[in-house]
Design a protein around this ligand. Sequence first.
Ligand code: SAM
Length: 382
Amino acid sequence: MPSISLACGCAAAVLVSGRAWMGGVAVQGRGPIVPPDPSRPARGEPTSGVRDRLDRPLRDLRVSVTDRCNFRCPYCMPKELFGHDHAFLPRAEILSFEEITRVVRAAASLGVTKVRLTGGEPLVRRDLERLVAMLAAVEGIRDLALTTNGTLLAGKARALREAGLSRVTVSLDSLDEDVFRAMNDRGVPLARVLEGIAAAHKAGLWPVKLNTVVKRGVNDHGLVDLARFARANGLIVRFIEYMDVGTTNGWRLDDVVPAAEVIRRIDAELPLEPAEPNYRGEVARRWRFRDGRGEIGVIASVTQPFCRDCARARLSTDGKLYTCLFAGAGHDLRVLLRQGASNEELRAALARIWRGRVDRYSELRAALSPTTDRIEMSYIGG
Ligand code: SAM
């Protein structure tokens, strides 16, 4: 394994080499890392499904299981606005695991094959593995993933895998201890997340991906370190353009590092070439290292919007269905669930919502006037 301590010289490197980390070699020996194609039904599954007004199918459902998080990343849940007095959702308003499973079942019957659990921080929700087991049993769901900040992953990875989770994405904004602590704004040490990543890897939650939100002048000096770290350890890092989700993060276009610049900067040190998407509608654009040792991705929702292929809906913690990350309002499914709607009625409601969908906020961003009614990412699920 290439010694990351030599290559990167960061705090993570010490941890990596000092603990014999997971080792890129073993992972690379498993062959190419290709996630299942959630846009294509598996053999024997119905190919029909619901389409929206722009002819986009519904394939992907993100489920926010909690609006709480143990981080206070300034770009997502700034602590000034999500302080001790912040009113998080009361328990009674949060969907139960049984209610979530009903919605997922209805969505699967309309074409959803991929479900991602998110939040808030999904691992702060108690007994999440019970929900994982329930969703893994839903017919048609072929890819069940989790996005987490990784702080609680070391203690949970095995149970999640055993319950039927397919894979995890861990958010990791920097390998620099000071930057990492500043970006989570809770003083959580980097080592804790690295341990979570290692545990996920050991548990077989492959491919483990990393999400890095890039903010100019904050963590963009560490992009190459992250790319080196990921490839040395058989991980796929995806660099995300800082987005104008919600209304609390004080987003400015100047803070965005365009994906093209990210690629240019990494390519200068670690030569890259474009790679084909794994499936239509894949959010990250893939780039592989020219030496064949891994890949990275960029998610360019600000500079290269991908609305035309967006097949994704989001279910908020309190049961509202959103058809766009930048939507101002959702469709209340909880009221249906709690008023005794049948499975068929729930399915029909979902189909009606999707058929009416016209959202393409990112493509229209520049032409739209600023709005104050966008929901927060921590509530709708990232
Ligand atoms: N707590 C989990 C985590 O940290 O991964 C899941 C929820 S978090 C909202 C999901 C993802 O959204 C994270 O990778 C986070 O970095 C990303 N995110 C949050 N706010 C963002 C923003 N303004 N722009 C781009 N990505 C953002």
